[in-house]
Design a protein around this ligand. Sequence first.
Ligand code: DGL
Length: 265
Amino acid sequence: MNPVGVFDSGVGGLSVLAALRAELPHERFVYFADTAFAPYGERGDDYVIERSRKVTEQLIAEHGIKALVVACNTATTATIHLLRAEHPTLPIVGLEPALKPAVATSRTGHISVMATRGTLASAKYAALRDSFAGSASVRAVPCDGLVKAIEGFDAAAIAALCARYMAEAGPFGDAPGEVDTVVLGCTHYPLVKNELQRHAPPALRFIDTGAPVAQQTRRVLASLDRLADGEGGLVLASSGDRAVLEAAAARWLQLSPQGTTATSA
Ligand code: DGL
């Protein structure tokens, strides 16, 4: 069985890949980090569209992927409709900030959405908010610079930016008017959840989309009779420094070098 392609601007999609591997242990995955062109989120739609098209075409040409997971909110909001139109036989799963479950489970009705500026400015996000916010108060918190800090493993910058954006996302609590749910609307942010958590009460709920996207991918593959039953596996590919991606995969996914093939692309 051919592999499932997964891509992000960089290491953020590894948070989705972890959920995909847990849900679909028999699948082979090829993960592409577009590191040389990251971050996407503060660069505008034309840039994200061009990169997403190139990465998708490369995954098809070089790996013959049987399905694609766009493990990036920014790329999904800007391009998924175009990618689906251009590759009608390729099943494509995207993701978007998990506003619907956040609104459904919030008790105070006050929610903050942390995401890139590109995602929060998109028409798709506006439509999502209009469809699901209802009477909830939804605050958008664009986290400029956080993806870049995570890509560079810059611990000081990560700590400073997490503190700043959590201050903007609060005040947190269970009392009326307080935020009890934070949507992590960028796949990089679950990687620094512990750092974000340091600035919040333990009861604050963080919601991300890794597990639901993995379940949706399973449903899509099953409906097309494309589920694999082999040993599974992972190829790591990057437009940038492959060693950085390998280090990130080891750090975030606890991947050992065995069973992992790394290729640059
Ligand atoms: N991980 C991407 C997302 O989910 C990030 C973005 C970026 O490159 O700015 O939006």
